[in-house]
Ligand binder design. Structure first.
Ligand SMILES: NC(=O)c1ccc[n+]([C@@H]2O[C@H](COP(=O)([O-])OP(=O)(O)OC[C@H]3O[C@@H](n4cnc5c(N)ncnc54)[C@H](O)[C@@H]3O)[C@@H](O)[C@H]2O)c1
Length: 163
């Protein structure tokens, strides 16, 4: 499987989860250090997993072509690449480096309090965890989700229902 943005946050947690469930992974990110950190976590969670790292910018078509070709070369095929189910997830506020940095920009000295205020309007009164998003990705890839197709699944503690 190919996971883009795998050097941090949601992609990193998803890599750990899918490797623990037996997936072989190609991890793509423009941040090589982040990829190395993810590889460490993945090989701790799943010592048997095959993990390839590819530094690439997903906005560049030639980079995308390159990591898809490299994956096919290394693993022979890509699971699900020509599959029939395409689903998306729509995360609400999940606590990752991206969200932490945004809060720090809003209020550098008091970002944790700014975060608490931010989630005070969420029915669950908290940020989501990257592991919870990874769990949803795992479910959507599983046979239990075999009839879920062409949909967008929100994961945001119910905040989307508040608007
Ligand atoms: N965390 C949230 O609350 C949240 C909510 C909604 C949507 N999202 C989206 O989910 C995705 C992941 O978010 P996250 O919170 O894990 O962020 P993050 O900053 O923790 O991780 C994003 C990773 O993507 C990599 N990246 C960025 N641009 C890239 C590019 N052009 N090519 C390759 N790699 C690139 C970064 O280097 C980083 O490792 C983002 O698209 C974000 O907008 C996040």
């Amino acid at each position: 499987m190919i996971i883009t943005g795998a050097g941090s946050g949601l992609g990193q947690a998803t890599a750990e989860r899918l490797a623990a469930e037996g997936a072989n992974l190609v991890l793509v990110d423009m941040n090589a250090e982040g990829l190395e950190a993810t590889k460490k976590l993945v090989t701790t969670a799943a010592p048997e997993a095959r993990v390839e790292l590819i530094t690439a910018d997903v906005t560049r078509p030639e980079d995308v072509e390159n990591y898809v070709q490299a994956t096919v070369k290394t693993f022979g095929s890509i699971d699900g690449f020509f599959g029939i189910r395409i689903n998306a997830i729509a995360p609400g506020a999940i606590m990752t480096a991206m969200v932490e940095n945004s809060l720090k920009q809003m209020d550098p000295d008091n970002w944790e309090a700014a975060g608490e205020q931010f989630v005070s309007v969420n029915p669950m009164k908290r940020f989501g965890k990257p592991e919870e998003v990874a769990g949803l990705v795992s479910f959507l890839l599983s046979e239990d989700a075999g009839f879920i197709n062409g949909t967008v699944v929100p994961i945001g503690g119910g905040q989307h229902a508040m608007y």
